[in-house]
Ligand binder design. Structure first.
Ligand SMILES: *Cc1c(COP(=O)(O)O)cnc(C)c1O
Length: 318
């Protein structure tokens, strides 16, 4: 078996590609893409690195059962289900919203890989860490390791800092990555060389709480915040999983020029944020930028229709 396919035994090697885009080249900015989307066919992108040490701890313990949380198209749930199957760990997912007549493609995969799905109302989901609720789950499934929504916690720092060792990180001035919980960014911050700036693009509206969340993750991982990082709070395009015509157009532009697909929930927003920085003159001539393709292409299956609609809207208005 290819090392890329046996989860967590060793890190995969992935390509770094130079992105040849006219607007970046005209501004003298080198843009490279670290293709974590190529880490593993199922445990995609940053989720490999987020799950790596969580799994190590589970495998070392005497409880081989993990419970986590997510939405119907969650990349985290998808990756967790597959990793669980491969490593012989039982997985349970609490899914936001009542059970649909037809499962999303993501959840069909997860179920096929042996994950148990527990659908809860949105109200219950908001109280998902409530002790009474968790007790009812323990009564039903037995003892489990609880992996928070998105899989983040201090263990992701050790995993995600390893992302930077997949490329010659000293070659860059800026690294850019989309943020959900900010766990991945915390790892990049922990592992970065001194002179490297880190830009996180929260995909949720009102993402400024992430400054504190990221500091908390670093603190609990025992890492001093080295500074030199910031969040672009304007890159969310209206909120989580919202797609604007500008986002659809930017993703299409990227695909046509590079042949590499992005998805609109995370990676598309990170690229659009860089494009906007470029046109605002905020990327200096001669600077070298690394964009992290954090993967998540399986989630695209749920977004194709909206995406094409927004793309035609962007064409009508141009
Ligand atoms: C989960 C995910 C992220 C966000 O990672 P966090 O560690 O929660 O910030 C970014 N990109 C993709 C493709 C993801 O699936």
């Amino acid at each position: 078996m290819n090392v890329n396919e046996f989860p967590f035994s060793s890190n995969p090697s992935v390509p770094v590609v130079t992105v040849e885009l006219a607007d970046f080249q005209a501004a003298g900015v080198r843009l490279d893409l670290l293709r974590l989307d190529r880490v593993h066919p199922m445990i995609s992108g940053n989720k490999w690195f987020k799950l790596k040490y969580a799994f190590e701890a589970v495998l070392r313990s005497d409880c081989q059962r993990v419970l986590s949380f997510g939405g119907a198209w969650s990349n985290h749930i998808h990756a967790l289900a597959f990793a669980g199957r491969e490593r012989g760990v039982e997985t349970i997912a609490v899914i936001r919203g009542d059970e649909p007549v037809k499962l999303s493609d993501t959840l069909q995969d997860a179920q096929r890989w042996g994950m148990s799905l527990e659908f809860v109302s949105r109200a219950q989901y908001r109280n998902k860490y409530d002790e009474v609720f968790l007790q009812s789950l323990r009564a039903r499934y037995g003892e489990f390791h609880l992996l928070p929504e998105g899989g983040s916690g201090e263990w992701v720092v050790a995993g995600c800092r390893e992302i930077l060792s997949l490329c010659d990180i000293a070659d860059y001035d800026l690294v850019c990555c989309a943020c959900g919980t900010g766990g991945t960014l915390a790892g990049l911050i922990a592992g970065k060389p001194k002179g490297l700036a880190v830009l996180g693009v929260p995909v949720l509206k009102g993402g400024d709480f992430l400054y504190q969340d990221i500091r908390n993750i670093l603190f609990r991982a025992g890492v001093d915040d080295p500074g030199g990082w910031e969040l672009d709070l304007e890159g969310h395009e209206g909120g989580y999983a919202k797609i604007t015509p500008a986002l659809a157009l930017s993703m299409r532009y990227f695909f046509e020029a590079t042949g590499v697909e992005l998805e609109p929930v995370y990676t598309g927003k990170a690229f659009l944020a860089l494009q906007r920085k470029l046109s605002a003159g905020e990327l200096a001539w001669g600077s070298r930028v690394l964009l992290i393709h954090t993967g998540g292409m399986q989630g695209l299956r749920g977004m194709q229709e909206t995406l094409s609609k927004r793309l035609s809207q962007s064409r009508e208005s141009s």
